[in-house]
Write a protein that binds this ligand. Structure first.
Ligand code: SF4
Length: 253
């Protein structure tokens, strides 16, 4: 059997994404935006969907929010060139509207494949649509900056950088949370010596974005063929009600 390198798998996956027409966003996009960054990155950032500038350039986080994200990454002691950045949706929703459940469903397997490929120590979710994948029934105002361990990986929910462009008070919150990422990454590098099982936080809250994504990726073979996500699912339904989530481990308060 011929070994396929990560780079080849990524190239093939990106080509599949750029040609994808599995949801209606293919009709209105200029460019699909697969994501970018080193395939051995320790940290992966997952936003919501491309905006106007990203749609034009085919790259993630290149507008004002992207500039702020670069500043935040520096607050975490990292350089943008050493992290992986992508979105839940690879194509821009018209007018930057919220993603629809069926679009998230259709696009989910691409993100699964990216996570499997990069296999980061830490995933930072940016905004509620990304957060809902691992933190169903939670609200960002309650859990931002606090990691949860999922199968040996830390998932850290953060506000979306664009939120701070509209609500100035969130700017310092984001800066503080990203500064906390230094310790979180150090913990992850040290092997996740998490304390034993505390009670899970309960949160009433806003309805989560529907997604059927698995909470923790299992190793998968190369992205050698177009994924075959379920057809754009009926809103609110679909494959898979979120499984019982892994236990919340508040390593940091
Ligand atoms: S499934 Fe994803 S990549 Fe495919 S058209 Fe929809 S948003 Fe774009």
């Amino acid at each position: 059997m011929i070994a396929v390198s990560k780079e080849e798998r990524a190239r093939e996956l990106y080509d599949v994404i750029r040609a994808c027409r599995m949801c209606a966003l293919a009709e209105t996009r200029t460019h699909a935006v697969p994501g970018e960054g080193p395939l051995d990155a320790e940290v992966m950032f997952i936003g919501e969907a491309p905006g106007l500038n990203e749609d034009r350039q085919g790259r993630p986080f290149v507008g004002a929010a992207g500039q702020f994200l670069s500043e935040l990454i520096a607050e975490a002691g990292l350089r943008r060139e050493e992290v992986y950045i992508c979105n839940v949706l690879k194509c821009r929703p018209p007018g930057n509207r919220d993603p629809l459940p069926g679009e998230i469903e259709a696009c989910a397997e691409y993100l699964d494949l990216q996570i499997d490929l990069v296999d980061p120590l830490v995933i930072v979710t940016l905004g509620r649509f990304s957060m809902a994948r691992w933190f169903p029934q939670q609200t960002i105002s309650r859990i931002h900056g606090r990691p949860k361990e999922v199968d040996g990986r830390l998932i850290v929910p953060m506000y979306h950088p664009a939120a701070a462009l509209h609500q100035g008070a969130l700017r310092q919150v984001l800066i503080d949370d990203f500064r906390g990422l230094r310790d979180i990454l150090a913990r992850a590098r040290a092997g996740l010596t998490a304390p034993a099982a505390p009670a899970a936080e309960t949160a009433a809250g806003e309805p989560p974005a529907a997604t059927s994504s698995k909470p923790s990726p299992a190793p998968q073979p190369a992205a050698s063929a177009p994924p075959s996500p379920a057809p754009a699912a009926a809103p609110g339904g679909g494959a898979g009600a979120a499984p019982a989530g892994p236990q919340q481990i508040p390593l940091f308060e």
